[in-house]
Design a protein around this ligand. Structure first.
Ligand code: HEC
Ligand code: HEC
Ligand code: HEC
Ligand code: HEC
Ligand code: HEC
Ligand code: HEC
Ligand code: HEC
Ligand code: HEC
Ligand code: HEC
Ligand code: HEC
Length: 326
């Protein structure tokens, strides 16, 4: 009897759960779904103008755009074929003169037809994507050098390679061979293993900083991850505050860690001449102890050279950190 009662309760609960969605579906869902379904229906109808010819029989992936955010047809902001390729009346009307079917209004990639100009192609995307990350697109390095949206973005592909950390660098490296070579050097950012990728430091759409960097200055960009190097410190080393690139190169170097040159030479680019007279080791510009031009090298050139003693090259907060020694 007890068991029977339990079963009844369970049954009632299950019934409630089971029935609720049905009731919901019969009353509410069509109401909510209606507008979405209508939007989708209208969008597919608009697309059918094109998809009646351009379907899955094409070599290039066309209909796979429906697997992307551009294919969410229930969303009224979603583009149809014509939002990107233009109304293309001539192309739709076809070959009345026998001279061949005119091109669609916007052709993104050279195939049967020549591709549209860079401005026409990027403006078409910018109708929906102006602003935010693309505030500084106009006049920036890529469009100025005729590199536009679909040189990086593959919108018909189910997964656009440039949007994934795993595949982004391959896209950039097709054009940026120097950075590819740099990423293979002894000391690099972990770019090869995709832990840090180009867009962690760069906004390829344009920026207010130098070299398409995400932040206004190079140092601000470094502080995104190396916050511990941000001052203010009690004793600051001027070149560090000024620009990390005084000593470091971002993409790769054979001198660890990402250094432009090896100490003591790195330091001697600015600190030439003899060492401080009060210091325990006098030495000349060659890194040798005073009065010598060869023979036993001082601590200045062995091991970590200058940083054997000046270990706090980035500055110091220690009350006794005046010469960046602690
Ligand atoms: C009546 C059939 C037909 C319709 C409808 C049609 N096209 Fe085409 N389209 C073609 C043919 C034929 C070509 C020539 C290349 C080929 O054989 O695929 C072509 C080529 C293209 C190309 C260039 C492909 C390349 O490799 O260069 C694009 C882009 C394109 N069409 C887009 C559209 C869009 C967008 C629509 C809807 C507005 C549309 N087409 C409607 C038949 C059609
Ligand atoms: C978001 C904008 C956008 C939408 C929407 C869009 N296309 Fe495209 N289409 C492109 C771009 C960009 C290319 C160039 C190929 C590439 O780089 O991905 C292209 C290429 C093509 C090509 C040439 C194939 C090739 O790769 O050379 C055809 C044909 C085509 N589109 C047809 C269509 C049809 C049909 C629709 C609607 C179902 C459509 N497009 C929707 C942007 C769009
Ligand atoms: C009619 C408006 C419209 C046009 C034209 C358009 N897009 Fe989009 N795009 C959208 C919408 C809507 C989304 C989805 C945004 C969201 O989900 O927040 C989107 C998303 C994207 C995304 C992000 C995709 C993702 O998976 O996160 C990229 C990249 C993109 N568009 C590139 C392009 C490019 C390149 C073109 C031109 C070839 C283009 N778009 C043309 C409306 C448009
Ligand atoms: C040099 C390569 C490159 C070019 C050119 C490029 N993009 Fe992107 N785009 C990227 C990368 C990388 C990302 C992902 C990282 C990010 O979000 O900054 C991205 C992200 C996006 C996104 C999704 C994130 C967002 O902003 O909402 C949209 C949308 C987009 N791009 C649109 C465009 C449009 C439109 C153009 C042309 C005006 C364009 N892109 C040109 C590389 C590029
Ligand atoms: C850790 C941050 C960081 C990463 C990751 C990064 N960059 Fe850079 N990149 C910079 C900085 C900083 C500069 C400016 C260098 C200078 O002014 O000395 C720069 C400059 C550039 C330049 C201009 C030429 C030059 O070397 O000065 C190109 C091109 C470039 N980067 C491409 C890339 C590409 C492609 C990737 C991805 C493989 C990438 N960068 C990853 C920080 C980065
Ligand atoms: C189709 C080729 C192409 C692709 C793909 C490409 N770039 Fe570029 N990029 C260029 C050209 C051309 C320039 C201008 C000449 C130069 O500085 O090398 C440039 C310049 C740059 C600069 C230097 C800007 C400056 O002010 O010095 C950076 C940074 C950069 N690209 C980053 C990227 C990143 C990140 C990607 C991938 C998301 C990428 N690029 C993809 C062609 C490309
Ligand atoms: C997106 C995050 C990020 C940004 C931005 C960034 N870094 Fe790094 N950096 C890292 C990571 C991750 C490592 C590797 C740390 C590790 O292996 O423990 C690293 C390592 C380093 C190293 C040590 C390399 C070695 O061989 O040991 C130096 C030097 C360095 N970064 C300098 C810079 C400079 C200069 C900038 C600005 C131009 C910068 N980083 C911007 C993430 C970043
Ligand atoms: C005056 C030259 C110089 C400048 C400028 C400089 N560094 Fe360094 N950096 C070095 C040297 C030398 C080393 C190696 C230190 C060692 O061997 O003890 C180093 C090491 C590093 C390391 C790896 C070890 C650690 O301390 O974490 C990072 C990360 C780093 N620097 C980031 C930066 C950033 C970010 C900036 C700009 C704010 C910067 N550096 C400016 C000379 C410099
Ligand atoms: C780009 C130029 C530059 C480079 C490279 C450079 N420095 Fe400096 N350094 C300076 C300047 C400028 C000062 C401040 C001088 C002053 O205040 O008179 C300074 C000051 C110093 C001081 C003295 C601080 C004090 O309290 O008087 C030491 C020690 C020092 N640097 C060590 C190094 C070491 C070690 C390296 C190499 C890892 C190095 N510097 C690389 C420009 C540089
Ligand atoms: C054996 C330890 C040691 C080594 C190695 C060393 N220094 Fe010093 N350095 C010192 C000491 C200690 C002082 C402080 C001198 C004082 O108290 O007057 C000093 C002071 C300085 C100063 C500030 C005073 C001045 O002369 O302007 C600079 C700059 C400097 N060192 C640069 C360097 C450079 C560059 C190297 C590498 C080529 C280097 N040091 C190698 C110990 C060292």
């Amino acid at each position: 009897m007890k068991i029977f009662k339990k079963l009844l309760v369970i049954g009632a609960v299950m019934g409630a759960i089971g029935l609720a969605p049905i009731a919901f579906a019969q009353t509410n869902l069509p109401e909510i779904g209606k507008s979405k379904a209508e939007i989708a229906k209208a969008a597919f109808k608009e697309d059918a103008k094109c998809t009646k010819c351009h379907d899955e029989s094409e070599n290039a992936p066309i209909l796979s755009i429906y697997q992307t955010k551009h294919g969410v047809k229930g969303d009224s902001r979603t583009p149809t074929c014509t939002s990107c390729h233009g109304q293309s009346d001539g192309h739709l009307a076809g070959d009345k003169t026998g001279k061949g079917r005119p091109a669609p209004d916007v052709v993104f990639k050279k195939g049967v037809y020549a591709k549209s100009s860079e401005d026409v192609r990027s403006d078409q995307c910018l109708t929906c994507h102006k602003g935010t990350k693309r505030n500084n697109w106009a006049g920036s390095a890529h469009p100025v050098n005729d590199v536009v949206c679909n040189d990086c973005h593959k919108v018909h592909k189910p997964a656009d390679p440039v949007l994934s950390k795993q595949t982004q660098t391959q896209v950039c490296f097709t054009c940026h061979k120097t950075q590819l070579a740099d990423s293979k050097k002894n000391s690099t950012h972990p770019i090869d293993v995709k832990k840090v990728v180009c867009s962690d430091c760069h906004n390829p759409h344009g920026s207010t900083g130098p070299a398409l960097l995400k932040k206004n200055t190079l140092n601000e960009t470094c502080f995104l991850c190396h916050a511990e190097k941000r001052g203010p410190l009690r004793f600051e080393h001027q070149p560090v505050v000024e620009n990390c690139a005084n000593c470091h190169t971002p993409h790769g170097s054979n001198i660890t860690p990402l250094l432009n040159s090896r100490p003591p030479y790195l330091c001697q680019e600015c600190h030439d001449g003899t060492h401080a007279s009060g210091s325990p080791v006098g030495f000349n510009a060659g890194g040798f102890q005073s009065g010598k031009t060869s023979g036993t090298q001082s601590a200045n050139v062995t091991g970590r050279a200058c940083t054997n003693c000046h270990s706090m090259v980035h500055g110091s907060n220690s009350p006794a950190g005046g010469y960046f020694q602690r």
